[in-house]
Design a protein around this ligand. Sequence first.
Ligand SMILES: [Zn+2]
Length: 295
Amino acid sequence: MNKCSGKYRFLVFFFLILVFNSNAQEVNEPRGNAEWIKPYEPFRIAGNLYYVGTYDLACYLIVTDEGNILINTGLASSASQIKNNVEKLGFKFSAIRILLTTQAHYDHLGAMAAIKKQTGAKFLVDAADADVVVTGGKSDYEMGKYGMTFQPVQADGFLNDGDSISFGGTTLKLLHHPGHTKGSCSYLFIVKDDQRSYKILIANLPTIIVNRRFEDIHDYPNIANDYAYTLHAMKNIHFDLWFASHASQFHLHEKHQPGDAYNPMVFADQKGYDEALAELQKRYDEKIQEDKKLK
Ligand SMILES: [Zn+2]
């Protein structure tokens, strides 16, 4: 009897530990929209650069002789879609060696921990998002209100503005573009095909996600200056083709249809880039005016 209840107490104790741990680890991924989840046909963008994301969550694969680089991973549920897309293009998922992101939000990092585990690739992140990636978004100045929004992921290295990531003959330059998150960033690199080379910009557009006054964001006191810096910096980038964190932001679906022949130049769209930045600048200026009125 004694022995039995002792065992029972032990089981209850063990059960409570399990419950406690699973609560501590629970990921509360906000509901995404249908276009984030919708599968999308992967395709070769230009040279060794491929699109492997979902219909709207842009994920980019850079293929090299030494292994591949994946930029962004979508939601937690995107992991299998990205894997299928990579394999559909004829590449090995396990050949991914470097993992990067444009921003530490759940719709770009959701599957990062899982893909890192599956591939053993090294995850490098903008140093200013270092804290948010290990807390699974819990320490994010805005998304933190939902708790942990993605599975925490340990970074293998931190990157600062202007840092180069050289791998397998491709060199990516990190451009620190803070505001949307503290460590949002863009990537600039060159790819080649048998015709020519292309300077590629994968831009993290500085959209504003808060309704509060910038001044009231005590977890991110420099947010207004960071947006101003990023908007200015982005106007001075020279590129041949541009892309973004969301397909809708660079109008992927107006430029490319599944099954279209290889045609990198459809992404040569300086006008679309300038318009997107002008719209973001307008939105920022309005926000500063709204904040003043609320004083
Ligand atoms: Zn975001």
